[in-house]
Design a protein around this ligand. Structure first.
Ligand SMILES: [Zn+2]
Length: 151
């Protein structure tokens, strides 16, 4: 068996699909030919790297990292909802002022009295709006794993 023939059969040989006398002839050639046995070693190296990639893709660690990041992000989602509710209440307050202003167009005193009568929503304190931001852990997802502050 010559080099060209062995080269064509190397995939089959490596996978164990090459059997019988053809495998025996291939074995005999590989024992004596440095060039073909070197090609076989290179093929095995590449196959090993590809197996490593498949294992990396199947990692369960990614799921755990996504869940951890979601748990950190959830309080932030609630903060955003809280701010939207505040904005909606403020918009209602401004709208009420405008309506009362038109109704009291005939009398400035009436407008003034009506404005005082409007129940304005309480202004949120800075602690209420920004308090939940403090001490919130930050989690980043990257290809190289997750990282925590100071870590
Ligand atoms: Zn050869």
């Amino acid at each position: 068996m010559n080099c060209a023939r062995v080269e064509r059969l190397l995939d089959e040989y490596r996978d164990g699909d090459l059997q019988g006398p053809r495998r025996a002839k291939c074995d005999a050639h590989l024992r004596t030919c440095a060039r073909c046995s070197d090609i076989l070693r290179q093929c095995e190296k590449v196959a090993g790297v590809l197996r490593g990639w498949e294992q990396a893709k199947a990692s369960d660690d990614l799921t755990a990292r996504v869940v951890a990041a979601w748990e950190v992000a959830w309080p932030k989602a609630r903060r955003v909802a809280h701010r939207r509710r505040l904005a909606a209440r403020l918009a209602v307050g401004v709208g009420t002022t405008a309506v009362v202003g038109m109704m009291g167009f005939a009398s400035l005193r009436a407008v003034s009295a009506a404005s005082k009568a409007i129940k304005r929503p309480p202004a949120p304190s800075a602690d209420e709006v920004y308090g939940p931001l403090e001490g919130l852990p930050v989690l980043e997802i990257s290809d190289s794993g997750h990282r925590e502050p100071g870590g």
